[in-house]
Design a protein around this ligand. Structure first.
Ligand code: TRP
Length: 338
């Protein structure tokens, strides 16, 4: 599309539209997406249909977060002239591909998918799992192959979904007798998952331990104030621990002054450095990181028509591409064309 002259490798990734994005998304993927967009043909999928597979009781949430997330993308520096932002539910070819692929997957295989297994347990579904949820890996295979993406930047927990996608690709190609679809590989970020401010697990909206990209200066201050450190570091003169100390984990993730961080660590371990000084540094770093994002967010929010138009235009471009793939797959399989 935008890069029609040079054929760049195709990247597709997406987000379930269940809540606005936070700092965990920023280090884990948004930052990468901003740099990858210049060297790759990048598609960002607002995965509202997938969000519905475990949020059918709350469609308003799925709806309201579509433009929120699109706004987050633009605020962190996604350039809509090089990255295509598109809406899953408005790409009917993806639903058609899903229906087709379902014939190439067994229920046993879906139930064995480690991502799904973990999620069934985490959500307490048991056997009462919505069929749409059990099948979402097939829909995700449709997302990936619909754009013929060969690189899929996702968290480690999603790697089994890429494996399942490639199994479907091989089955389709074998049945077709030609390589109509390419296989894809997961691009797993080098940095691990950012813990929540309570240090109890990954940053996640459902845990209430996040810092939103839209956080106000006061909200950032408060989050840093509450942040989990070393519970045994009571007096400033006590030697402190760095491991599991969220303030230092965040400094490692966000502070570009590496020598400064190493110096703080050494002083903290030795004893004589209070939490408040380390927290002050982190607060400064986060305020500086989030201020321009928040400002861009605010000016984008004052013109929702603009964000809507970006999503509309991206979805139209994506529609052409995914429909072309659907036609090719159907033809390769020798299905009827009217
Ligand atoms: N499953 C991804 C998530 O939970 C969202 C997603 C939907 C996605 N379709 C995708 C990711 C295709 C990568 C490729 O955030």
């Amino acid at each position: 599309m935008q890069h029609s002259a040079a054929k760049l490798p195709v990247i597709l990734t997406g987000d379930r539209t269940t809540g606005p994005l936070h700092l965990g998304h920023y280090v884990g993927s948004l930052k990468n997406r901003v740099s990858l967009q210049t060297t790759h043909q990048q598609y960002l999928l607002l995965a509202d249909s997938q969000a519905l597979t475990d949020n059918a009781h709350d469609p308003g949430r799925v709806r309201d977060n579509i433009l929120e997330i699109a706004t987050d993308y633009l605020a962190v520096g996604i350039d809509p002239n090089v990255t295509t932002i598109c809406l899953q539910s408005h790409l009917p070819a993806l639903a058609d591909l899903t229906l087709l692929y379902l014939n190439f997957v067994t229920v046993a295989r879906l139930e064995r998918n480690p991502t799904i297994k973990d999620e069934i347990q985490a959500r307490g579904f048991g056997r009462d799992i919505p069929a749409g949820f059990l099948c979402y890996p097939v829909a995700q295979a449709a997302d990936i192959t619909g754009f013929k993406a060969t690189i899929v930047p996702v968290g480690e927990d999603q790697a089994p979904l890429i494996e399942q996608t490639n199994e479907i690709v091989r089955r389709i190609n074998r049945q077709a007798g030609v390589a109509v679809l390419p296989e894809a590989r997961a691009l797993i970020p080098g940095v691990g998952r950012l813990p929540g401010i309570d240090g109890k697990g990954k940053m996640s909206k459902s845990q209430g331990n996040t810092i939103q990209l839209s956080a106000s200066p006061d909200e950032i201050c408060e989050a840093v104030r509450l942040m989990f450190t070393d519970p045994n570091h009571i007096k400033a003169s006590d030697p402190g621990r760095i491991e599991g100390n969220v303030v230092f984990t965040y400094l490692d993730a966000f502070d570009e002054d590496r020598t400064g961080v190493e110096d703080l660590k050494a002083r903290y371990i030795r004893g004589g450095l209070g939490d408040s000084i380390v927290k002050k540094r982190l607060n400064d770093v986060l305020q500086e990181l989030l201020a321009p994002i928040r400002d861009r967010r605010r000016s984008l929010a004052s013109d929702p028509g603009y964000v809507l138009q970006i999503v509309r235009r991206g979805t139209e471009q994506a529609r052409e591409i995914t429909e072309m793939t659907l036609r090719e797959v159907r033809a390769a399989l020798g299905l009827f064309a009217l």
